[in-house]
Design a protein around this ligand. Structure first.
Ligand code: MN
Length: 424
């Protein structure tokens, strides 16, 4: 039992009802203020606990942490200490925040310095991301896309239930929530045109995904066993894999996604630890045909995390256009990492492994506009009376997610971004 996960814990920090950041969560992120350089923090209620300050003032004593480990622009060096050290730090933070612990609570100076209102900080990318991979692990999503573009009777390709399909994405264009992106331009081939044209994308889409971040590295040639995979995973963020469907459709054969995907991807700023998600484990879908032994793993390997996507036109209310759940994934994170490394591919600290679009069984749970509007054949209605098939300039897409059980809520905060007009 991880002590910090105890549902009975209460904090002396005021935590609003339905807050994503309860005392049982304690996710890690990187923040900066007007006067302070980037540092690591933990979210609690509407505040951030400054880990660099706590470390420098003796509150993390006995944990054997390197000097300056939290006074950094990224969490990579902290994560590189491994899962057990991440757990020790989270347990200590939990103790310091418990209502009957007076160490920080009763020290007015340290309390005022260590606890910073979220509204006064800017969140940055939590990790420097050396590598990014995007899986394709939702059976419903793969089936929808296969039905639309190939054949509804053979929607899944023959390999799909034998291995977790993925492609290598672009790490340099991953941005933190709140970063606006310009509509991408490129080659598209309109249906009524014999030749491709150069144009801003006319089919700009989001993809609702989650991504795990690694806290270990392997040597080239060394595979990760399916049962060891979780030791290499620090936690999760929300992930919007923005996609230009028209660019993608023209370019993707035979080598897969390229410019339709790499113009930008957005992540939420808080890394929710795998430890915090322990109570929310559930069985994944039954896998048949049986997988090869190197992918075989029993137990509750999925996570019950409620997900939603909101779409908002400029100057209006948002509309929830999708409600899904991370538990629908056919392939789990253990299988993804085992498959990724089975050939000897090495992993690095801070790597990002995205799930692929998370679609559920019902139309309201489809995780992309491509599926929600069935490639533009249906329209979505927004509160201002306007209609959408794909994203228009000025639209904001916001993803949210949380797990809820025994009165404990573990949330991810927001993964949001606005689309600006294409640059001239
Ligand atoms: Mn994707």
């Amino acid at each position: 039992m991880i002590k910090a996960n105890n549902p009975a814990l209460k904090s002396w920090v005021e935590i609003p009802r339905n807050s994503d950041f309860t005392i049982q969560n304690l996710p890690f992120g990187i923040f900066k203020t007007q006067h302070r350089s980037p540092a690591a923090g933990v979210a609690i209620g509407n505040d951030i606990l400054n880990l660099a300050y706590l470390h420098e003032h003796g509150y993390l004593e006995g944990l054997d942490l390197p000097a300056g480990i939290f006074h950094q622009p990224y969490l990579n060096e902290f994560f590189a200490l491994g899962r057990s050290k991440i757990r020790e730090v989270r347990e200590r933070i939990s103790e310091l925040l418990q209502h009957d612990n007076n160490n920080l609570k009763e020290n007015q100076t340290d309390r005022a310095s260590a606890l910073i209102a979220m509204r006064d900080v800017q969140m940055l990318l939590p990790v420097r991301i050396p590598n990014y991979t995007d899986f394709y692990s939702s059976e419903e999503h793969a089936t929808n896309v296969g039905s639309m573009f190939r054949d509804p009777k053979n929607a899944l390709l023959p390999n799909w239930k034998h291995l977790p399909v993925a492609y290598h994405g672009r790490a340099s264009s991953i941005v933190v929530s709140g970063t606006d992106l310009h509509r991408p331009k490129g080659q598209i081939k309109p249906a009524d045109s014999e030749l491709p044209v150069y144009s801003p994308s006319r089919k700009l889409d989001f993809e609702l995904e989650m991504a795990f971040i690694t806290c270990g590295e392997t040597k080239l040639g060394q595979p990760i066993h399916v049962h060891e995979a979780e030791e290499y995973i620090a936690g999760f963020v929300l992930f919007n894999d923005w996609s230009a469907r028209d660019i993608q459709q023209w370019e993707y054969v035979p080598l897969g996604p390229f410019l339709g995907k790499n113009f930008g991807s957005t992540i939420s700023p808080w890394v929710v630890t795998l430890d915090a998600l322990e109570p929310f484990r559930v069985q994944g879908p039954e896998q048949y045909p049986h997988v090869l032994p190197y992918l075989s793993i029993e137990g509750a390997r999925n996570f019950d995390i409620v997900l939603e996507v909101a779409m908002k036109a400029a100057n209006t209310e948002e509309a929830i256009v999708c409600r899904s759940n991370f538990k629908y994934m056919y392939w789990n994170i253990n299988q993804q990492l085992a498959h990724h490394t089975v050939n000897g591919c090495n992993i690095q600290v801070g790597d990002l492994y995205a799930s692929g679009t998370i679609s559920g069984p019902s139309p309201g749970s489809f995780g992309s506009l491509l599926e929600l509007t069935w490639n533009g054949q249906k329209t979505l209605h927004l509160p201002d009376g306007s209609e959408r098939t794909f994203i228009l300039d000025g639209d904001t897409i916001t993803m949210r997610g949380h797990a809820l059980k025994d009165g404990v809520r573990i949330g991810f905060g927001e993964c949001t971004g606005k689309i600006l007009p294409a640059l001239k």
